[in-house]
Write a protein that binds this ligand. Structure first.
Ligand SMILES: *[C@@H]1O[C@H](CO)[C@@H](O)[C@H](O)[C@H]1NC(C)=O
Ligand SMILES: *[C@@H]1O[C@H](CO)[C@@H](O)[C@H](O)[C@H]1NC(C)=O
Length: 378
C-alpha cells in the first residue's frame, strides 16, 4: 500500500497550478497561469469579468454557466451579403461591417441585428487560470482575448453562441500580442467568426491541446452547415504546439497559417480532422508560416492542404527527415476518404528541437481524441 502522503505528493507533482489538471507541454510548457492562488468562484458575469481583468494572479473556477447574451443590448445596422452567401434563405452567413469589410466591398447592403456582447471579448489580464468544473464552465455570448497580457491557462470551458449567423459576429479566443498561453480541453462552437485566432502581433509561446473545434452550425459561409472560419494563426514569431485536438464539421481555415516577419511555426501533432467539406491547412505563400504536421488523422476532409505545400512537412513517408534535426523519426499522417496531401519542406525542422513533443502513431489517434478532447473529459 502506498502511504497517503506519498499518494498526495504523486498527485501534487502532476498539478501545474491550483485548479488546473496536468501540466502544460510543448512551446507553452512554462505557462503557470494563476499559480497557487486561492481559487475564486464567480457567480455573475460582472464578477467573472472583474476577476479576469484585474491585476491579481488568479485561479478562477467556473462551476456554472455565464450568459452574456443581452447584457450589452442588441443593435440593428447595415451589414452586407458576401458572394459566399449563395443560400440567404437557407443557412448562409451575412456579414456585420467588421474591419470595414462591407464598406470596402461591393457586397449588397442588408440589415443585420446582432448581440453586442459578442463583438467585444473580455481582455484577460496576466497570470490567470480559468478552469471549468465538470461540464459546468460554459460562457455564452462572449469570447476571451489575450492582448498585452501573458501567462494564461484556459482549461475545460466551453465558449459558444457568438452571433453565429454573422461573419464578424464574434471570435471565441483571440491572441493578439501575448506570451505563454495554454488552451487545454476547451470547446468552441457556434461562433460568428474565428474559433481561435492568433493575430498579427507576436503571441510567442503557445500550446493548444485536447481542444474541440465544433464547426457544426445552422449558418455557414459555405452553405452546408460547416463553419468556414475555424483557426487563423497569423502571428509574427509565434511558436504553437497544436496537439490532440478534434476539429470537426468545418469547411475552411482549419487552420490557416501565415504571419509576417518570422511568421508562425506550427507543430500540428496527433490531431483528428473530421468531416471538413473545404480545406484544412492553408499556408499563405507570401507569409512565413511553417508547419510540421505528423501523426494526424484526416477523415472525410475534402482538401487536407489547400495551398502552401512548400511550407509544410506533411510526413507521408517514414519521417526520416526528422532524424537529424530532431533525433527521432516523425510519424506518418493517416488519411481516409480525404483529398490529396503533400508537402516536403524540411529546412525548418530544427526549430522544433527544443519543443520536447513527440508524436504517437496515427492509428490510435481518432479514438483517443474523440474520447479525450473537449470539455468534461479531464
Ligand atoms: C504576473 O506575474 C509575474 C511573475 O510573478 C509578474 O512579474 C507580473 O508583474 C505579473 N503581472 C501582472 C499583471 O500581475
Ligand atoms: C448539429 O447541430 C444540430 C443543432 O443543434 C444538431 O441537431 C445536430 O445533431 C448536430 N450535428 C452534428 C453532426 O453534430
Amino acid at each position: 500500500m502506498l502511504s497517503k502522503s506519498l499518494i498526495l505528493s504523486l498527485f501534487a507533482s502532476s498539478v501545474a497550478a491550483a485548479g488546473v489538471t496536468g501540466t502544460p507541454f510543448g512551446f507553452g510548457a512554462a505557462t503557470t497561469g494563476g499559480g497557487d492562488a486561492e481559487p475564486v468562484y464567480p457567480t455573475t458575469t460582472e464578477e467573472l469579468t472583474s476577476y479576469l481583468t484585474d491585476d491579481e494572479a488568479r485561479v478562477i473556477i467556473l462551476n456554472q454557466e455565464f450568459n452574456f447574451i443581452g447584457t450589452e443590448g442588441e443593435t440593428t445596422e447595415d451589414g452586407c451579403r458576401p458572394d459566399s452567401n449563395t443560400c440567404p434563405d437557407d443557412g448562409g452567413q451575412d456579414a456585420i461591417n467588421g474591419a470595414d469589410w462591407c464598406t470596402n466591398s461591393d457586397y449588397p447592403t442588408v440589415s443585420v441585428t446582432y448581440d453586442k456582447a459578442a463583438i467585444t471579448p473580455i481582455n484577460v489580464n496576466s497570470n490567470k487560470s480559468i478552469v471549468g468544473e465538470g461540464t459546468k464552465g460554459v460562457i455564452r455570448g462572449k469570447g476571451l482575448r489575450f492582448a498585452g497580457s501573458e501567462n494564461i491557462i484556459v482549461q475545460n470551458i466551453h465558449i459558444t453562441e457568438l452571433n453565429p449567423q454573422y461573419i464578424w459576429g464574434g471570435d471565441a479566443i483571440t491572441l493578439a500580442g501575448t506570451d505563454l498561453i495554454w488552451i487545454d480541453h476547451v470547446k468552441t462552437s457556434l461562433v460568428g467568426r474565428q474559433h481561435i485566432v492568433a493575430g498579427y502581433d507576436p503571441s510567442n509561446r503557445v500550446t493548444i491541446s485536447n481542444t474541440e473545434i465544433d464547426g457544426n452550425t445552422s449558418w455557414s459561409a459555405s452553405c452546408d452547415n460547416h463553419h468556414y472560419w475555424a483557426l487563423l494563426l497569423i502571428g509574427s514569431g509565434d511558436t504553437i504546439t497544436f496537439q490532440g485536438n478534434y476539429i470537426h464539421h468545418t469547411s475552411g481555415r482549419s487552420p490557416k497559417v501565415g504571419g509576417t516577419d518570422s511568421g508562425t511555426l506550427l507543430h500540428a501533432v496527433n490531431n483528428y480532422f473530421y468531416d471538413n467539406t473545404g480545406h484544412a491547412f492553408s499556408i499563405t505563400a507570401d507569409e512565413n508560416g511553417r508547419v510540421l504536421a505528423e501523426g494526424n488523422v484526416f477523415e472525410s476532409v475534402t482538401k487536407p492542404i489547400e495551398d502552401g505545400v512548400d511550407l509544410l512537412y506533411a510526413v507521408t513517408d517514414d519521417g526520416a527527415a526528422c532524424s537529424s534535426p530532431l533525433g527521432r523519426t516523425c510519424q506518418v499522417n493517416q488519411l481516409t476518404s480525404s483529398g490529396d496531401w503533400s508537402g516536403s519542406a524540411t529546412d525548418f525542422l530544427s526549430s522544433f528541437a527544443d519543443e520536447g513533443v513527440e508524436a504517437e502513431v496515427a492509428s490510435g489517434v481518432a479514438a483517443s481524441v474523440k474520447s479525450n478532447a473537449g470539455v468534461g473529459k479531464l
